[in-house]
Each structure stands twice: as C-alpha cells, then as structure tokens.
Design a protein around this ligand. Structure first.
Ligand code: SAM
Length: 281
C-alpha cells in the first residue's frame, strides 16, 4: 500500500499539468503558477508548447518527453526529482496521460515513491460528453481505435457486449470509415460528434449513426460519443453484408435475410437493403 498526502510532505513533486485543447483562455491560474515555479518542464512537442509558454510568459527550461524517448526521458525526470528538483509534465493539449504518453513516467515515479500531483484543466473527452446529450454514465473511454479496419471492427465488436456509452478520439481523415464501421458493427445508435471544441469552429453534431456516417467535409480534431445499446444479442463480429449472407446460407431468402438482420440490429429495412445491394460481394 502507498499513501500520498500530496501537499503535506517535503518531497519534490512531479506535476501533471493540463493545458488548453484549443482556447488559451482555458489555461488555469494554477497551471500557469505551477509551470512558472517548477525547475523544469517536460513537453511532448517543444514547438507546440513553446507557443503556450511564451503566451503566458513562462520561462522555465523545456525538455522533451514523448512516445519515442519516454524511457530515457523518464530516467531523466526521476533523476531530477531525486536530486531535489520539481518537474512538470505537459502534452500538446489536455491532460498529459489521456491518449498521450505520460502513463509510463507516472507509474515509474510512483514506484520510486515520488509525489505525483495533478493540476486539472481542459480535456476533450469530458468536454464532448457533457454536451452530447448521451447518457454520461457509465461510459468507456477508449481513445483512438486501431488504424487497420479489421482490428477496428474487432475493437468495436468488444464494445457490443457492454451496455455503456463509448467515447472515442478520431482524426478527420478516418472519420467516415470509422462511422461506417460503427454503423455496421454496433448498429444505428445515438451518436455525437464534437469537433474543434473550445475553438472558433466548434461544432456538435448529434443524431443516429445512419444520419451522420456519410457526412462530408468534416474537419478538425474530434471526439465521438456513442450511445449505449438497447440490446438484444446480436453477432456483431460480422459485417452487415456478411451477416446477411450468413442468413442466406442458412436458408433464408435475400428479402427475409435483410428483414431479419435489420430487426436484429435495429436498422431501417430500406437502409439495410441499400447497403446490401451497393456492397454485396
Ligand atoms: N490529452 C488530450 C486530452 O486530455 O483530451 C487528448 C490528446 S489526443 C493525442 C488528441 C485527440 O484528442 C484528437 O485527435 C481529438 O480526437 C481529441 N481532441 C483534442 N482536442 C480536441 C478539440 N479541441 N476538439 C475535439 N477533440 C479534440
């Protein structure tokens, strides 16, 4: 067991400092004060963080900690903490541990009994969740799905077994593919896309997956919130087309197979008909 009284000790501290996800006015007083008072800041990308530090007139020395140097940088961070310095870790946006490297150094620091303190602030998933109108709890936050379609489907199929809101991060160039995968694997659920949060072009798009999946010209950083299943047991490992074809192989006519799968997946019969006829092998 380990107990940490964060502010009642003489130890040096590793501060995990949240930074804005777009709007610099979301920087907190405490974040600025912490970044000014520590001896060194470790950032994911110096070019991004230098702009933030300059904006708030923070002159603390800046080092890098990112996915590809996290082991050597962790050693450096722990050495500095052990030698009596305070260190802050920031990422390009939001919390340094959420879909960002950071977990590694936190785990190692805790092993060394180092004081680890969170300085809260902006974060994309919670900002999206609260405006989505989708049940906020329970939820599963997954971050980014795999970039390979097969793996992405498998990951989505795992979610079908649980009845919770699902939160994903996604990049604009893959959004339509991912929405189509969601439609095929999880069915026509309620969904919210929150893009460019806190920025000028912030937009929240809500509706059924079928209404949103082929949306065009959708740019920027985005969060996907998928509503929970109102469930019936469905074999969601299969794509829509494969599921229909399996029913046909099992002896149903094409029409009956489409009707059965539409009912099982809570989709419109016409939509399934059209999907099947434009994509069947
Ligand atoms: N550490 C961050 C956090 O606490 O939210 C997340 C960093 S992750 C590398 C970047 C992803 O977060 C983006 O691809 C996008 O999915 C999401 N994101 C970050 N800023 C966003 C914003 N302003 N609006 C919507 N999504 C955002």
């Amino acid at each position: 067991m380990r107990r940490q009284k964060s502010f009642i000790n003489d130890f040096n501290t590793l501060y995990l400092v949240a930074t804005p996800i777009g709007n610099l006015d979301d920087m907190t007083f405490r974040s600025i004060e912490t970044l000014k008072k520590v001896d060194v800041i470790f950032a994911e990308d110096k070019r991004v963080s230098i702009k933030l530090l300059n904006h708030f007139d923070i002159k603390t020395p800046l080092h890098t900690y990112h996915e590809f140097n996290k082991e050597s940088a962790t050693k450096e961070i722990i050495d500095k903490l052990m030698s009596g310095l305070d260190v802050a870790l920031i990422s390009d946006a939001g919390y340094p541990v959420i879909s960002d490297p950071g977990y590694f150094v936190v785990k190692e620091a805790l092993k060394e009994d180092i004081n680890v303190v969170s300085i809260p602030g902006a974060n994309a998933l919670l900002s999206a969740l609260v405006v989505s109108g989708i049940a906020p709890m329970p939820f599963t936050f997954f971050g980014f799905l795999d970039s390979k379609e097969g793996k992405r489907r498998k990951q989505l199929a795992e979610f079908s077994k649980q009845n919770e809101t699902i939160i994903l991060y996604e990049s604009p160039h893959r959004i339509n593919k991912t929405l189509n995968n969601i439609y095929e694997v999880l069915g026509d659920r309620e969904i919210a896309l929150a893009r460019e949060l806190t920025k000028k072009f912030e937009e929240i798009i809500t509706g059924k997956v079928s209404e949103i999946k082929d949306i065009e010209d959708i740019k920027g950083e985005m969060v996907i919130i998928i509503g929970p299943n109102n469930n019936e047991e469905v074999d969601l490992e299969l794509s829509l087309i494969d599921a229909i074809e399996r029913e046909i192989d099992n002896g149903l006519s094409e029409k009956e197979a489409i009707k059965t799968i539409a009912k099982k997946r809570k989709l419109q019969k016409n939509t399934v008909y059209m999907e099947y006829h434009s994509n069947k092998k």
